[in-house]
Write a protein that binds this ligand. Sequence first.
Ligand code: MG
Length: 276
Amino acid sequence: MRLVTFTAGGRTGVGSRRDGAVYDTGYADLHDLIRDGAAGLERAAAAADAGAPVDATTLLAPLRPGKILCSGVNYASHADENPDAVMPTEPFFFSKLPSAVIGPGQPIRIPRETTLTDYEVELAMVIGTRAYRVAEEEALEHVFGWTILHDVSARDVQFKDGQITLGKNPDTFAPLGPEVVTRDELGDPSTLRVSTMLNGTVMQDASTSEMLFSPARLLAFLTDLITLEPGDVVTTGSPAGVGCFRDPPVYLRPGDTVTVSVDRIGELTNPVEAGW
Ligand code: MG
């Protein structure tokens, strides 16, 4: 099943998307559907079966996550582009803030003219059930579904004095969506292509099989320390091709259009605007 959050006629709702059409599930917030478990999914399936799509919809971010934990340096190809990269022996995480989340089509706003704004495509998990100290073998049972998180960075801020929280969290720097694809619908997450197109040019293109730590391993590692709750989002890192390690570097500029995509999930496109 593929779930979206839409607005139509001034109302916000959760939709079940089938063959491009959006069917109103009756939920106003994806968190509520997730908490309802199997009953929530049944209601969403029934909405699509009933066959009365919502028209003139605009898609929003599928949810505002409770917390967002992002894996860094999780593709081996990172070593090819960054000579200083040290391959980690265990997962590395930082957080993005819910206030940075925007939906498909909404502008990424560069806060200052001097900001070195960079793209990173990431496969992201939406947590379905509370997870604490979960075994790697059972970790994915806590995943409700999969989506795309665009981990936009202000490299000048991030790399100055190691300000990763500030560098990763200017408003609008976490486009999310467009759909959450349920775990059963997506299937095996280890063979997906992830890519970024900047103004039509491919900048990142890799397979999730190149991850250093699998999604299950990431969850087992994280939940040793932190309880994950329904509606939290955990990302899985980004492959080589980001702008800051290119020669010459490439940064997002006002007027750009950037699309991040993941097989079997879709494409998330956002324009870039000046915020100064
Ligand atoms: Mg990242």
